[in-house]
Design a protein around this ligand. Structure first.
Ligand SMILES: [Zn+2]
Length: 148
């Protein structure tokens, strides 16, 4: 993978980022009002999470008068992409297909989603290989055993 290294967003920080991605520019008060009930967090916890996101360069802050406005540095799409890339990097390449199938099986999809997937599958059919290469180290997957 040649994509630039992105700071990871923890599950807790993700809750904060969803508010910022949805509302674009928010004050810490607005973030607190939105996530407080859902997560049952204290204001101090939310402040800590916001501070951590600023430190990591995921959130930027701007002082307007006596209040701070927060906005995202990294888009939601970019974050989804790096999250799923990390997830698939943690498994043998040969398990990606069945994992994707499992994800699709569990998902509720619209007709438009199914249409999009169908088109993608058609395209993938043309690019399919006989056997997906495994680049795991011995002892982290079973591929080596099946060759001997
Ligand atoms: Zn493997």
């Amino acid at each position: 993978m040649t994509n630039k290294i992105q700071p990871t967003i923890s599950d807790a920080e993700w809750e904060i980022m969803r508010v910022v991605w949805t509302n674009h520019t928010v004050t810490s008060k607005e973030i607190t009002e939105i996530v407080k009930e859902k997560m049952n967090w204290k204001q101090a916890t939310i402040k800590t999470l916001i501070g951590r996101l600023v430190e990591k360069g995921i959130l930027k802050t701007e002082a307007i008068g006596n209040k701070y406005l927060y906005s995202p540095v990294i888009s939601e799409e970019e974050s989804f992409k790096s999250k799923t890339t990390n997830f698939f990097d943690q498994m043998c390449n040969r398990k990606v297909g069945t994992t994707l199938a499992e994800l699709i099986r569990e998902a509720t999809l619209s007709h438009a989603d199914v249409q999009m997937l169908e088109e993608l599958i058609q395209q993938k059919k043309e690019e399919a290989v006989d056997s997906v290469p495994c680049d795991c180290i011995p002892g982290q997957c079973d591929c080596q055993h099946s060759h001997s």
